[in-house]
Each structure stands twice: as C-alpha cells, then as structure tokens.
Design a protein around this ligand. Structure first.
Ligand SMILES: Nc1ccn([C@@H]2O[C@H](COP(=O)(O)OP(=O)(O)OP(=O)(O)O)[C@@H](O)[C@H]2O)c(=O)n1
Ligand SMILES: C[C@](O)(CO)[C@H](O)COP(=O)(O)O
Length: 233
C-alpha cells in the first residue's frame, strides 16, 4: 500500500507566515502529525508532496517520524508539488515504486485522522473495491443554487455525505483518472467521472480539515482532550 500525502498548499485561508503543513499544532507541525497517523496505519511507501522550497524541511520531518534509515517504517520520499491539489497528487503518484498497486491520497491538513479510518479504507480495497473514501453525514440541509441565487433543489439529507481523506484507489484506476486532466476538488470525483464505482466508508469528525484559524483552535482542543495521540484509534 502506498500513500500520497499532499502538503503543498499555501494555506491562504489559515493566513500563517508559512505553508499550512509547516504550521505547528501542540508542538509539532501539521505534516508531522499527519505522517505519524500514516505510519501507524502500517503502509509500505509514502510520497510526501510539499512546496518546492520546503523539500529539505519536509525531509527532516520525515526522518523525525521514521528515523534516518527507516528500516522499521515505510519508505518515504519527498517531492515538490504543483499549482493545484490535483497536480500535487499526480506528482506524488508518479514517485511511488512499481510495487505499489493500491494508493491512499491523504490531505496533510487532515492531520488528526484516526488510524481506524485508514483501516476502513484499506479493508474496502482489500475486499476488491476500486475506490473507497471516508464520509460523514451532513448536519445542515443542503440546497443547490443557481447563479442568480434561486434554489434549484433540496437533495435528501440521507443521500449526502461530507467526504474526507484518506481516499483509496486501485493504482491503475487513479492513474487513468488523473490522465484525463479534468479539474476536481477530490480524487474520487475524477474516478467517478470515468464510471468506476467508489464506496463510502465511515469517516470521523476528528478528520477535520484544518482550513481556518478556528479549525486550528478546534484541533488544539481535540489534542488537549487526549482524543488523539500518534496512532490513536
Ligand atoms: N497545490 C496544492 C494545493 C493543496 N494541496 C494540499 O491539499 C490539501 C487540501 O487543501 P487545502 O486544505 O485547501 O489547502 P490549501 O490549498 O493550502 O488551502 P487554501 O485554499 O486556504 O490556500 C492540503 O493538505 C494541501 O496542502 C497540495 O498539496 N497542493
Ligand atoms: C479532498 C478533500 O479534502 C475532500 O473533502 C477536499 O475536497 C479538498 O478540498 P480543498 O478545496 O483542496 O480544501
């Protein structure tokens, strides 16, 4: 199992003085928290994708997580990302070895994802799913709205899920999806567009995506409450 950890975003909505993945949360960077979760999931290879001028910094974080030689942990490589998230995923994907046949794509910004969520996605792939992603029920009523502001529909809430990462796929399927070069806000959408079935498994509220300063405060509270240590289930 290979993992692409995308950490090359700028974090404009967080507004920090550095790329979001290198912002600290309770004494460790978001990237370090994210990598500790990935390693606890017991994967074979990890491609860490960061802004081009943060590669050396990320390599130091990787060493801190798996050790200098890393014999006990997964092989970790750090590569520069691209302008859009899909470009960064593609860069990480192409750096994984030929031995990797299934890939998880994970946002470094979802740095407190519990191991059990990785396990659910990995289990679905092991059962033969071409794609599997975590999702949680939505609590608001969702409307579709036209550009003029008029509501065009109210989808049944029972059919809606807010989806998270890690998103797992058969490698050939994900590569085919990325080759299409279509813009999308998640990898599942690219795979769905090709007509492949993608399964939703249970996500977790602790997998929140740190996007704004309020999310960082929320994540700090989660950690202070002890709801996630490295490898927490
Ligand atoms: N060109 C990009 C854009 C995003 N990401 C990664 O994709 C994940 C989800 O993106 P988001 O949380 O929206 O991060 P940013 O794009 O950095 O945030 P913002 O839109 O506020 O700038 C993050 O882990 C981010 O680092 C990436 O690797 N490469
Ligand atoms: C992949 C994702 O985290 C699933 O919810 C999300 O779509 C990323 O979106 P962003 O606009 O890059 O934050």
């Amino acid at each position: 199992m290979g993992v692409v950890v995308v950490a090359a975003g700028s974090g404009s909505r967080l507004g920090a003085d550095r790329p979001k993945a290198f912002v600290e949360l309770a004494g460790a960077t978001l990237l370090e928290h994210a990598l500790r979760g990935v390693v606890a999931a017991g994967v074979d290879e990890v491609a860490v994708v960061v802004p081009a001028d943060w590669v050396t910094q990320a390599e130091m974080v990787a060493v801190a997580v798996v050790g200098p030689a890393g014999p006990a942990g997964p092989a970790m490589t750090v590569v520069p990302g691209g302008a859009e998230r899909t470009d960064s995923v593609a860069a990480g994907l192409s750096s994984l070895s030929e031995q990797v046949h299934h890939v998880l794509v994970h946002d470094a910004a979802r740095c407190l994802t519990p191991v059990v969520v990785f396990e659910r996605v990995i289990a679905a792939l092991a059962r033969g799913a071409r794609g599997a992603i975590p999702g949680v029920p939505v609590v608001d009523t969702i409307k579709t709205v036209a550009p003029d502001g008029l509501i065009t529909g109210t989808p049944s809430r029972d059919s809606l899920r807010a989806v998270q990462t890690p998103q797992g796929f058969r490698r050939d399927v994900l590569e085919q999806a990325h080759a299409a070069g279509v813009p999308a806000t998640d990898d599942a959408a690219l795979v769905e567009a090709l007509g492949h079935p993608v399964l939703v498994v249970d996500g977790d509220p602790r997998s929140l995506k740190i996007t704004t300063p309020a999310d960082l405060v929320h994540a700090e509270r989660l950690l202070a409450a002890g709801s996630r240590a490295p490898g927490h289930r």
